[in-house]
Design a protein around this ligand. Structure first.
Ligand SMILES: Cc1cc2nc3c(=O)[nH]c(=O)nc-3n(C[C@H](O)[C@H](O)[C@H](O)COP(=O)(O)O)c2cc1C
Length: 369
């Protein structure tokens, strides 16, 4: 098996095993509506076997970063419809990554400048991209949250379902729940979860979300992204996290989850993360499509697939500067390096203006049409 062996994920047929990993690019200044440019950006990358969008807020309260897209208003859904249509016209497949940031947020991003919703009232100790007191955008300390009531957590499960419905309504090909990187789902899974209601048992929230989406949208491809062992956005893994995550993977295997993405935090320079032994046990615990990501090259991805360690490999940063990443890997064409200063915010620069390489090594570059 290689990166170019076709694969099936739920009902989706992928021509190759290259996944474009979720990457927030913060180019939606208009109240969370994906820009026209965003349709172009994803369509340029449609030769990926599967595209996962950058995190999409399931509700206004779910927002944790400035200029990120949502999926609840009619305008946002219409924007995603354009994105989906552009990717499909270019021959690709695209699933929306659904996020609730929980306490990793700031009052300037919340409706009526309310305190961000948290699992408890303990602050994340993280920084988010928001408006400072003087109204200028920049990195600011996440605001102390207020603890969600049990009823509000139940309503949040409903918001995930509605966002998944909206993704399907927009013609997208599935959803991936953001279960990692210190956001709400992982806050429930973490050492910070000291709740005394049923959501105090770490995996309950995620399992309810998964069950509710599977019940509402049978057969709609559903994935979960996890970052086991990672310490990011101020969220520390629970004691005995290996066993906790392995049990969780077994629970996800018993439900209608088409794929699980495991991202290695160490690859992006964050502390913590998992080791190869954990990944091997995760492979045993979850029997459907396993996607591994974090720091892969074409060669190391092929090696992981040949060794049976994963079914698909996700690539994040390599997709930023290489819209034709699949062709470059196939032809051994050197990869372009992305400019991190244009990762977040701005317009076309560093977003849709990276050229493709011609299909022969060392050939001329051509701008993407
Ligand atoms: C600019 C940027 C934005 C990212 N945004 C997200 C995101 O919205 N959701 C997510 O799950 N991961 C996000 N990530 C993490 C990537 O999906 C991926 O797991 C990570 O970059 C490791 O893969 P790589 O080494 O191939 O880049 C982001 C990474 C980058 C570089």
């Amino acid at each position: 098996m290689s990166l170019f062996t076709p694969a099936k994920v739920g009902t989706l047929e992928l021509p190759n095993r290259i996944v474009m990993s979720a990457m927030t690019r913060s180019r939606a200044p208009e109240v969370g509506v994906p820009a026209e440019l965003t349709a172009r950006y994803y369509a340029q990358r449609a030769t990926a076997g599967l595209i996962v969008t950058g995190s999409v807020n399931i509700s206004p309260e779910a927002t944790g970063y400035l200029w990120t897209e949502g999926l609840d208003t009619p305008e946002q859904v219409a924007g995603w419809q354009q994105v989906g249509a552009a990717v499909h016209a270019a021959g690709g497949r695209i699933v929306a990554q659904l996020i609730h940031c929980g306490r990793v947020s700031h009052t300037s991003l919340q409706p009526s400048r309310a305190l961000p919703p948290g699992i408890t009232d303990a602050a994340a100790g993280a920084e988010v991209f928001a408006l400072a007191d003087d109204g200028t955008p920049g990195m600011v300390a996440a605001s102390a949250p207020r603890a969600l009531t049990t009823g509000e957590v139940e309503a949040t499960v409903g918001d995930f379902v509605q966002a998944a419905r909206n993704a399907r309504g927009a013609g997208l090909d599935g959803v991936e729940i953001q279960g990692g990187n210190g956001f709400l789902v992982e806050q429930f899974l973490s050492a910070a979860n000291t709740r005394s209601d049923r959501y105090g048992r770490g995996p309950v929230f995620l399992l309810e979300v998964v069950e509710a989406i599977a019940a509402a949208l049978p057969g709609f491809p559903l994935g979960v992204k996890l970052t086991p062992g990672g310490v990011i956005n101020g969220t520390v893994p629970p004691a005995g996290w290996r066993e906790v995550f392995l049990r969780l993977l077994g629970e996800l295997d018993n439900r209608d989850v088409a794929f699980v993405t495991l991202a290695d935090q160490a690859a992006v320079g964050a502390p913590g993360g998992y080791d190869p032994e954990f990944a091997a046990r995760a492979r045993q615990a979850f029997g459907r499509t396993l996607v591994l990501g974090g720091g892969y090259s074409g060669e190391s991805a092929d090696e992981a697939l040949r060794a049976g360690r994963a079914d698909l490999i996700s690539f994040g940063r390599p997709f930023v500067a290489n819209p034709d990443l699949a062709a470059r890997i196939r032809t051994g064409t050197p990869l372009a390096e992305p400019d991190p200063t244009t990762f977040y915010g701005g317009g076309a620069e560093g977003y849709t203006d990276y050229p493709t390489a011609r299909a022969h090594p060392g050939g001329d570059s051509a701008p993407v049409g």
